[in-house]
Design a binder for this molecule. Structure first.
Ligand code: SF4
Ligand code: SF4
Length: 136
């Protein structure tokens, strides 16, 4: 072996570009009935709103007996019946984007979002870029 050591170039790790645009979506994922919250999420929300963790838990979450997890509370919504309490139902976006729970950050965890594909298809069918297709 020669004295020259080969340097293996570090591969540029690139994430595939997302094939969806949340700014054009009415927020299907935010209408999930059970959006699970962790202790870490509660701590982040409490800090953001200047509350104790107990206050944040009481104000923003509820316990789901069926699944035995703490989930985000909902509010009424014209398109999906109910939607996350932190969703701006007029602007159709998250009001706590920078401090949103981990589960919201991770979703959809793949480059494509099934809901967005569905939305694009339905809008093309209707010839209306503002059309809000519902899943029920
Ligand atoms: S359903 Fe998909 S496109 Fe719509 S807000 Fe959620 S992640 Fe974004
Ligand atoms: S916290 Fe924000 S991103 Fe998460 S479900 Fe609620 S509105 Fe959607």
């Amino acid at each position: 072996m020669s004295g020259t050591r080969k340097i293996i170039p570090i591969k540029k790790i690139t994430q595939p570009r997302p094939q969806y645009d949340c700014t054009k979506c009415p927020g299907y994922c935010c209408s999930y009935a059970l959006i699970e919250i962790t202790k870490r999420d509660i701590a982040r929300l409490a800090k953001h709103f200047g509350l104790t963790e107990r206050q944040a838990r009481q104000r923003f979450t509820k316990y789901d007996r069926g699944t035995k997890v703490w989930v985000l509370r909902h509010q009424k919504d014209e398109h999906f019946v109910t939607i996350c309490r932190f969703f701006d139902t007029k602007k159709r976006c998250c009001t706590i984007y920078d401090v949103r729970p981990g589960v919201c950050r991770d979703y959809p965890d793949v480059p494509r979002c099934g809901y967005y594909e569905f939305l694009k298809f339905e809008r093309a069918q209707q010839g209306d870029e503002e059309f809000v297709a519902t899943t029920s």
